[in-house]
Design a protein around this ligand. Structure first.
Ligand SMILES: [Zn+2]
Length: 503
């Protein structure tokens, strides 16, 4: 199976072949640390962390870099507003960002380079452009001359005439062309700045990413990622300045994730969807969100949509995700209880599964599990379709729950069927782990109710049902079971008593 990836550059799915066989370099545009992150900022890191895990699973040696923009006009303005230094603001916001990433299981990032640690590299790159006559200085500001890049626009597929429109009329502040963009900006005395051949100043945003990505991944590397809103002008400009400096292709595959839309209620009472941005006042920070929901839910939610599609964020959507996800955790808990084994500790042993499958039912389950594994990997190979992969996991769960019910594994001593159920459950966890899901039991995943009172009431009902049975009042016992079933609560009679689970 070969991995196919949609490349924004060619607008096609392409077979993935890294620049250096066996090795993959990935660069993702990270946050500008001037305000706390919201869910939109978690999308890229979660997707590319999952992608790195998947490519590592496939045997590649992967290096993943996400940058931190810690010098920018937005930071200058926000720090002034708060009356603190830019350094303190950047440190504080980055710390919150890293904490959120850790909770979300984003733990495969090799480097989080900061722009301010790479000023020297940025200056050198601008000088290189100057040598190629593609950069020019106007009173302490340095611009990129886009007429020096013949194929400008090849990523965003915007016509070059669009870029050049109004060139003569609108060129201002000494720029040669309207679309020329800043590589270096002159800093006022009270603004943050570094000494450079052009006087004291600070880097433009686009050049930071070119300098840092090349520093860690070389002049030509495999995958450059970011949100779709970065295609133009940020990534277009990155390509223009880097390729003009090196005369080499910059990036082989451009991967862009869909944007997060938030559902908001309009004054008219209608709901509308809009792109999530920091300017929307009602956006909760990641920190707030992670305090409300288990981080696994947020990661699961973000990977439940194919990365190129927009993510519609709402509390209802998160709650629905959590409900679905809990059915998986509850099944794994169920198997752990039946077999008295740790489902998460080991990967699925396919050979063992072959060995213990005896009856037709067993063989059907075994085939469903191995077939599911294949379809899961096929989904990921098809432009990293994590949504398709997760759908396969749900199918396997339904299948395994049904097998356990049919075989009455809570009541029967059937070692081979239990061993088979254990391997099937381990396959579910094994598949999840490939993209950083289902790695360990969820806290309080046993009842799924998350509600002490519900647990106590269930104990009471189970006790009443037991008494009814003892008194041969089978009608009452059945009524209790049936009514609970209507509430999607299943009772499980086990040798050591009766348990329950939400379905
Ligand atoms: Zn960038």
């Amino acid at each position: 199976m070969s991995f196919r990836l949609y490349n924004t550059l060619s607008k096609e799915k392409e077979i993935f072949e890294p620049v250096v066989p066996g090795k993959v370099g990935i660069y993702v545009c990270g946050p500008t640390v001037y305000k706390d992150s919201h869910i939109g900022h978690a999308v890229g890191p979660v997707i590319f962390d999952a992608l790195k895990k998947y490519l590592s699973y496939k045997g590649y040696q992967v290096k993943l870099v996400i940058n931190i923009t810690d010098v920018d006009d937005k930071l200058i303005i926000e720090a002034q507003r708060l009356g603190i230094s830019i350094e303190d603001l950047a440190r504080q916001v980055s710390a919150n960002y890293f904490e959120a990433m850790e909770k979300l299981g984003v733990n495969s990032i090799d480097v989080y380079p900061r722009a301010t640690d790479h000023i020297g590299h940025i200056i050198k790159l601008i000088q290189r452009l100057g040598e190629n006559e593609a950069a020019y200085e106007v009173d302490g500001d340095v611009y990129f001359d886009i007429t020096k890049c013949r194929d400008y626009g090849k990523l965003s597929h915007r016509r070059s005439e669009d870029q050049m429109e109004g060139t003569r009329d609108l060129a201002g502040a000494g720029k040669r062309n309207t679309s020329d963009f800043a590589l270096w900006k002159k800093s006022a005395d009270d603004e943050i700045g570094w000494d450079s051949p052009w006087g004291r100043g600070r880097p433009g945003w686009h050049i930071e990413c070119s300098a840092m990505s090349m520093e860690y991944l070389g002049e030509t590397f495999d995958i450059h990622g970011g949100g779709m809103d970065l295609i133009f002008p940020h990534h277009e400009n990155e390509i223009a300045q880097t390729e003009t400096a090196t005369s080499k292709p910059f990036v082989k595959y451009w991967m862009h994730n869909g944007l997060t839309r938030i559902k908001t209620k309009q004054t008219s009472g209608d709901w509308s969807e809009e792109k999530m941005s920091k300017s929307l006042g009602n956006v909760r920070t990641l920190k707030e969100l992670l305090a409300e929901y288990p981080p696994e839910t947020i990661r699961f939610f973000l990977l439940s949509t194919h990365y190129r599609r927009p993510i519609d964020f709402s509390d209802e959507a998160i709650v629905a995700t959590q409900k679905g996800m809990m059915t998986i955790y509850r099944l794994l808990e169920r198997v752990a209880r039946i077999t008295d084994e740790d489902v998460y500790a080991h990967a699925c042993d396919v050979a063992k599964m072959e060995q213990v499958a005896q009856s037709d039912d067993d063989k059907q389950l075994r085939d469903a599990v191995t077939g599911g594994q294949l379809r899961y990997l096929e989904a990921l190979d098809d432009d990293f379709n994590t949504a398709g992969g997760i759908a396969v996991i749900f199918e396997l769960c339904t299948r395994l729950n049904r097998y356990i019910d049919q075989q009455r594994l809570e009541l029967q001593e059937n070692p081979s069927a239990k061993a088979l159920a254990l391997e099937a459950a381990r396959m579910i966890s094994t598949l999840g782990k490939i993209i950083g899901l289902l790695e360990k039991p969820l806290e309080k995943a046993d009842s799924g109710a998350g509600d002490e009172l519900a647990g106590e009431l269930m104990e009471l009902l189970i006790e009443l049902r037991r008494d009814a049975k003892t008194n041969k009042n089978y009608q009452l016992a059945d009524t209790i079971r049936d009514r609970l079933k209507q509430l999607n609560i299943a009772l499980e009679d086990r040798p050591d008593g009766t348990g329950w689970r939400k379905e």
